[in-house]
Design a protein around this ligand. Structure first.
Ligand code: EPU
Length: 336
């Protein structure tokens, strides 16, 4: 079914709880309905608003917002080792994680409690605790607006990288993701190497899917603010990727600085949260907005902030980190 709303209050539809309005928002359930929606839209501008967890509205929205609502989960193939499922773009990500854990299927348990919907997972290749969505995504189905046709893109053509994909590059603004295919393993594949994960799992009695999920939920709850209570969009910035020479020079000056390898041998990833923290900005508050006191990568709305208040704070944070370390961090949140 297609549902159209005019003059829509966006506050409940964005995790920053910024109060802006959209002139028009269209929800749809079935992929095929996109044909009629885009026929009606003609040349008008549009934007996909999924769970609103990675977006910052800075003004009233004049473009038409399109929200996928398909929450189906369909098993499309099964072998002795794995199960392949096709999942509607509108399903809450964490509902899929719970579904997989209940069925003893391995692959996304480390991505427990990430806010957002399934359709957004491939766009920025969501990741946490040593796992990324790309590890289990096998294909992405989408409506290609210019061609008025439906395309299935195999994962190897999605150009997945750290918080990156083809959907943020050449396909940006050209497709609407309608469903995602994942392959989950029936064979245990625990990933416990990141930070406190293995300790928290042991504390719960050892390795099991349920214990890993519970441990990850606990770690996230202890560090990250709950969007239902305090407006935020998770990590506001990406962890910067820098040349090895720069990373090594910094490491010499700050031996305790976290440093991660990347797929590229000449590049290393730094922890933006650590950089912001060391630049003295953790817990910094400016009017209605601030840098979260337990995780400096997260900017929060204490209530009543506008998108521009957040932008101004973000600029200050970027400036401070640049002054101290000579590194320019960049946002991972989309600004509209
Ligand atoms: N750190 C500090 N101070 C801070 C924050 C972090 O010193 O205020 C240090 C930590 O002690 C740790 C390192 O920085 O040594 C990394 O911190 P953490 O493990 O919390 O992870 P992160 O790199 O800050 C990334 C993701 C998170 C994800 C976590 C866990 C990005 C942009 N963020 O954060 O994703 O949950 O790893 O895997 O890659 C999100 O995207 O919204 C998100 C929360």
């Amino acid at each position: 079914m297609i549902r159209q709303f005019n003059n829509v209050d966006l506050a409940p539809r964005n995790s920053f709880h910024v109060k802006e309005q959209a002139q028009c928002l269209i929800e749809f359930d079935k992929a095929e309905e996109l044909r009629a929606i885009f026929k009606e839209l003609g040349d008008k501008e549009w934007y996909v608003l999924s769970g609103g967890n990675n977006i910052l509205f800075t003004k009233g929205v004049e473009v038409t917002l399109i929200t996928p609502c398909d929450t189906s989960i369909e098993v499309v193939a099964e072998s002795e080792e794995s199960v392949r499922v096709k999942v509607g773009a509108g399903l809450e990500w964490d509902d899929l994680v719970e579904w997989s854990v209940e069925r003893n299927l391995w692959g996304i348990e480390n991505l427990s409690l990430i806010p957002g919907k399934v359709g957004a997972a491939p766009v920025q290749n969501i990741g946490a605790y040593g796992v990324e969505a790309k590890d289990t995504i096998r294909a992405v189905e989408m409506y290609f607006v210019e061609g008025d046709n439906f395309i299935t893109l195999a994962a190897e053509h999605c150009a997945f990288g750290y918080r990156e994909s083809v959907f943020k590059q050449s396909l940006k603004g050209r497709v609407v993701i309608t469903s995602v295919e994942f392959e989950f393993s029936k064979v245990p594949q625990p990933k416990l190497a990141y930070g406190d994960v293995s300790r928290e799992v042991e504390a719960r009695g050892g390795v099991s899917l349920r214990n890993i999920r519970d441990a990850i939920c606990e770690i996230r709850r202890s560090k990250l603010p709950d969007t239902a209570v305090l407006g935020n969009a998770g990590s506001f910035f990406k962890n910067p990727i820098v040349d090895v020479a720069m990373a090594e020079a910094l490491k010499e000056e700050y031996p305790e600085m976290p440093l991660y390898p990347t797929a590229h041998p000449d590049k290393m990833k730094l922890a933006a949260g650590w950089l912001i923290d060391k630049a003295g900005m953790k817990g910094y508050r400016k009017g209605a907005v601030g840098v979260h006191e337990r995780q400096a990568l997260v900017l929060v709305n204490y209530g009543g902030a506008t998108g521009n208040d957040v932008i101004e704070l973000a600029k200050e944070v970027v400036h401070c980190v640049d002054q101290k370390f000579g590194i320019e961090i960049s946002p991972e949140v989309n600004v509209l």
